[in-house]
Ligand binder design. Sequence first.
Ligand SMILES: CC(C)(COP(=O)(O)OP(=O)(O)OC[C@H]1O[C@@H](n2cnc3c(N)ncnc32)[C@H](O)[C@@H]1OP(=O)(O)O)[C@@H](O)C(=O)NCCC(=O)NCCS
Length: 217
Amino acid sequence: MKKVLIFGGLGNASVIANAMIDANMRGYTAYEFDGYINDRDDCDEIEGYKVRGGLKDVKKFIKEGYYFINTIYKIDGQKERIELFDSLLIPEERLATFVHPTAYVAPNVELAPGCVIMPNVSVSPGTKFGKCCRVMVGATIGHNNIIGSHTFIAAGSCVGAYLKIGEGVHISLNATIREFLTIGNYSTLAMGSVLLKDVGEFEVWAGNPAKFLRKAL
Ligand SMILES: CC(C)(COP(=O)(O)OP(=O)(O)OC[C@H]1O[C@@H](n2cnc3c(N)ncnc32)[C@H](O)[C@@H]1OP(=O)(O)O)[C@@H](O)C(=O)NCCC(=O)NCCS
């Protein structure tokens, strides 16, 4: 199996790592989790799994044949985090695309390299994801959406159809999005919100119906 290093620690990285371990136990053989890349937590191990190194070691890991998943993002600071990841120059063919075996992904859905589809997710036909998107447990994604790179769709969210969602967008826990809308780059929809209108770039919207809350940094 191809060995995967996940950028991050406790949180999105560890839940994705555990989903991959669970997938292996169910017979999934494309990738196996091999450890974390983490500069921050000052430890050798996270929940019994190795921290293999930090960002400075990525070049070496590429040479050693590893594959990668990125989970280091931030609602205020999304653009900088994405630029930092891009500066590592990881070849696209080394970004692991992981679909947990309990997810339903319609046959014509397009997943660019580095995308993660977690357990019990449903993705309807004709939807296209840019690279490094993460769709977390139990989210439901409608049909014919265009979703930009590095976008995050949190657990339990319900995303409609014919949407244009930009790069580095954060759809928070249990948010719901009406069909035919546009969400600009680096914007956030807050937890439990119901979105009925278009959202610009670098904007945070919240509530039911969702309203503009503030600019994202
Ligand atoms: C959108 C979000 C980033 C706003 O955070 P923030 O800027 O720190 O905002 P605050 O908590 O200071 O709240 C500011 C105002 O917005 C309101 N607000 C915040 N989140 C809200 C929500 N989800 N729905 C409705 N109103 C909300 C607050 O009540 C507050 O209103 P007030 O000024 O009238 O008291 C945050 O609520 C959120 O949704 N984070 C994402 C969580 C998530 O997805 N977690 C999963 C990751 S795995």
